[in-house]
Structures are given as C-alpha cells and as structure tokens.
Design a protein. Structure first.
Length: 432
C-alpha cells in the first residue's frame, strides 16, 4: 500500500511547508488541506516563478494533482477566487477544475474580518497579532453552531435565514461592544450571489474522494497550515490560531480515518521564527536577529510583517515530535546560517524556580521568567546554498544537523538549502 503522508509545521508557522509539499507532490496524486484558511501563506518556487498559495493546496503547480479543501478549512470564497485568478495568470489554466471544496466547510464572510480587527483593537497591548483575515471569529461561529457552510448555498431560503440570524448576533456585537461599523445583510448577499454558482460547481465530498483514492492505491499528501505552537490546544495560548495545527487536525479536518496516515513529516527551520505576539523563549532581539531576518527574507507571506527570529528550540521540537507522532523531519533554510561564527541550540527551559525542564509551560502567561539554556556549536562559514548531497556539506554543518536530529529524537529525511525544489538533500523519501 503506498504511503499517505502528512506535511506539517513543527514551530510557529512559515517553516517551509509549501516548498516541501510542492516537492513531494511530484509523487502524490492528491494534496488536501484540512484546517486554517487564508491566514496561511505557502511559498512555491518553480524555476523563475514564485507563487504564494493561501487556501489552495500546494500541489496545484503539478498538472495532474487533484487539490482538496477539507471540512476543517474556513473558506473565504472571495479570497479563493482571487487566488485562482492569480494562479491562472501564473499559467495554471485549469486550477479551478482541479480543486474540490467540501460542502461542510465553514463560509468565511465579511463580518469575520470585521470582528477580527475590532477585537484585536479592543485587546490593545495584549493583541494576538492575527492576520486580520477573520479566521478566529469564523471558527467561533462554527463551534457555536451558528455558522454558515458552503453546502448551505444549495438551499437559499435556509441560507438566508441562517445568515440573518448570524448577522443579527455579530452586528449587535460590532455596534454595542466594539463600537465598530456593522456589516449589512445586502452587502453580504451581493457578494454571495456573485460567487454562489461558481463555488457550488467546485463542491464535492472530500472524505469520499480520499477513501476511494486510497482504495485505488493513490498517494495522498495532507498539507498542514500554521505550526504546532499555534495549535489551539497545545500552542502558546491565547497567542495561537483557532484550529488544531497538529497531526490530528489533518485527520479530523479532511475526513480521512486516523489509520490512513502512514508517515508524518515535520517541517522545521534550522532556527526559528514567529510572526505576531506571544512567548518566544529563543527570540533574538539584537543585530543577529536582524541579520537572520534579512538573510532568511523573514517577512510574512500573507501580511508582509517582519517575522521575529531566534535560535532553534529543541525543547519545543521534542514536544512537537510527541504531539505529532513525527516519522521524519525536514530541516529548512540551512543556508541562512552559513556565515555565522557560532550557532546555538536551546536544550532546556530554566523556570523561575531555578529548575531546568525539557517541557514547555501550559499557556503564554506561564512563560513569564522562563529562560532558554543554550548549547553552542561552531559555525561552518561556507556557502551551503543549493547543495544537493549530504557529503558536500561542510563538516560543521553536518554536525549541527546531526545534533538537531539527536535532540529532536526524529531522523532527518529532508534538508533544504534554498527555496527551489531542486535545492534539497533527500535522505529518506516519505512516500517510499
Ligand atoms: P510555509 O508557510 O511553511 O509554507 O512557509 P513560507 O512560504 O511562509 O515561508 C518560507 C520561506 O522560506 C519562503 O519564502 C520559501 O521560499 C523560503 N525557503 C524555503 N526553504 C528554503 C531554504 O532552504 N532556503 C532559503 N533560503 N529559503 C527557503
Ligand atoms: P502558514 O501556514 C505564521 C499567526 C498570526 C497570529 C496567530 C493568530 O503560512 O505557516 P490568525 O489570523 O490565525 O487568527 O492569527 O497565528 N499565524 C501564522 N503565523 N504562519 C502562518 O501560516 C500563520 N497563520 C496564522 O500571525 O500570531
Ligand atoms: Mg507561511
């Protein structure tokens, strides 16, 4: 039986999931997204073409790949069609025909970004630093069982009734709690009428497609969005996103059974980044942090915000290995550290009571006073950019990678030395 592989972020997002998903899609027939929405920004570099996908699965650049959007994804159809138009302009003429959206996906409506922005403003200094795309409020409505779903558009009487109730509730909040502008029923209906038929043509049963594809022996890639420490349950709450970004989310959000997963590939940078607020023990707030940001081009793919940068955190990584049942690691952006004299790895957290532990705290507030304990290794001071074989790497770079592997407790399957598909060292093929 061929392998079904999950590709997911093990840190705070932007690890390079897009590159790896695109790379592995040469072997996969199907790529499925299971959670998140257009808060994600996954960069695909194919020759001189660079494409950033947000809702569309990263398999789209491969002509034969079918791309599925599972039930756990919150879908903003306006954003989806914008993205499809961008893909068409980039030469992917049949993008729309190759995408299927599950009928039970939650619909993200203009009221959601409105609430997101108003609620961030109200939080003031304690703002989460969301992408402002309305992801949290859309999941709130889903869980509160007042949300509208893609499939509701097949029954317009029912849809209109649900939408009215939803807007009544949300506008009450916008007006009376946030003192912000309301979103009119007419404006939402106009937008919905504009995309309804086009969206309904893309609707299908993702769970059924996955089950049949598996029975036919086809290879499926499950593409995670965000990263493990942005997980609603296991991340640095409340500075998290509103979905399960860990491996379980790929199963519940796609409708594939848990036993259909054969391999979980965790993506990690050889350092760390985080965009938005929240705890970040290994953050470098100095010139070195700025240097890594510039060399790594660490600016958000969705919002353009500068990403915070820091050393590799092996405490977080080890935790991530447990939370996700990682089978293998893809270590990314080795080239970014090429010119450093030395590199550091966080091997423990020193808590305010003086104890050093290898477990992260339960929530953001408990990170107060937690200090990273570092191990230092010599740098390699040589270019690794574009290297495609392990043996050609400088010795100190190999030692660094081996140490990351040892501390994580997960073998390195892929090592990335540049943004392009071929700038990669493959040590183990997850689909083999
Ligand atoms: P994702 O959200 O996990 O898909 O990651 P993003 O696309 O948001 O950010 C990763 C960035 O790193 C993108 O700009 C990639 O093109 C780039 N990238 C990926 N792998 C490498 C690498 O090995 N070296 C360098 N220099 N850039 C890389
Ligand atoms: P990809 O898939 C990095 C962060 C936001 C914010 C928090 C909550 O490209 O890795 P949200 O808009 O989801 O309510 O914001 O989560 N965030 C991401 N950070 N990469 C992402 O996606 C992210 N998606 C959300 O910056 O801190
Ligand atoms: Mg990203």
């Amino acid at each position: 039986m061929p392998k079904n592989v999950i590709v997911l972020g093990t840190q705070w997002g932007d690890e390079g999931k897009g590159k790896v998903a695109d790379l592995l899609t040469s072997e996969a027939n199907i790529v499925v997204r299971s959670q998140g929405g257009n808060n994600a920004g996954h960069t695909l570099v194919v020759g001189d073409r660079k494409v950033v996908v947000r809702l569309v699965p990263s398999g789209i650049m491969h002509p034969k790949c079918r791309c599925l959007i599972g039930s756990g994804v919150v879908v903003n159809p306006v954003a989806l069609f914008e993205e499809i138009e961008e893909l068409k302009a980039a030469g992917v003429a049949d993008a729309e025909e190759r995408i299927t959206v599950n009928g039970s996906c939650s619909l993200l409506l203009p009221v959601h970004p409105a609430i997101d922005k108003a609620s961030e403003k109200a939080r003031g200094k304690g703002a989460i630093g969301t992408t402002g795309r309305g992801i949290g409020p859309c999941y709130e409505d889903k869980v509160a069982r007042r949300g509208v779903r893609v499939g509701d558009l097949m029954h317009m009487d029912f849809f209109v009734e649900k939408l009215k109730r939803l807007l009544d509730y949300r506008n009450f909040m916008l007006k009376n709690y946030f003192h912000a502008e309301e979103v009119s029923f007419q404006s939402v209906m106009e937008q919905v009428e504009g995309y309804r038929d086009r969206l309904l043509r893309m609707v299908g049963d993702v769970s059924d497609i996955l089950a049949k594809a598996r029975a036919d022996g086809r290879k499926i890639l499950f593409e995670g969005a965000q990263g493990t420490f942005l997980d609603i349950d296991f991340g640095t709450y409340p500075y998290v996103t509103s979905s399960n970004t860990t491996a379980g989310g790929c199963v519940t959000g796609s409708g594939a059974g848990p036993l259909s997963i054969d391999y979980v590939l965790g993506i990690a940078k050889v350092y760390t980044t985080r965009v938005g607020g929240g705890p970040y023990p290994t953050e470098l707030k100095d010139e070195l942090g700025e240097h890594i940001r510039q060399r790594g081009k660490e600016f958000g793919a969705v919002t353009g915000r500068p990403r915070r940068t820091g050393w590799f955190d092996a405490v977080a990584m080890h935790r991530s290995a447990v939370l996700n049942s990682l089978s293998g690691l893809a270590l990314m952006k080795l080239d970014v550290l090429d010119d450093l004299d030395e590199v550091k790895i966080c091997t423990g957290y020193r808590y305010p009571d003086g104890q050093v532990r290898d477990l992260p705290p339960f929530s953001a507030y408990d990170y107060e006073g937690v200090e990273p304990v570092y191990e230092t290794m010599p740098g390699w001071k040589q270019s690794t950019f574009g290297i495609t074989s392990w043996d050609k790497l400088p010795e100190n770079a190999r030692k660094y990678v081996k140490r990351l592997e040892e501390l994580s407790g997960v073998k390195v399957a892929i090592l990335s030395t540049g943004p392009e598909r071929n700038q990669t060292i493959t040590l183990e093929d997850p689909f083999a």
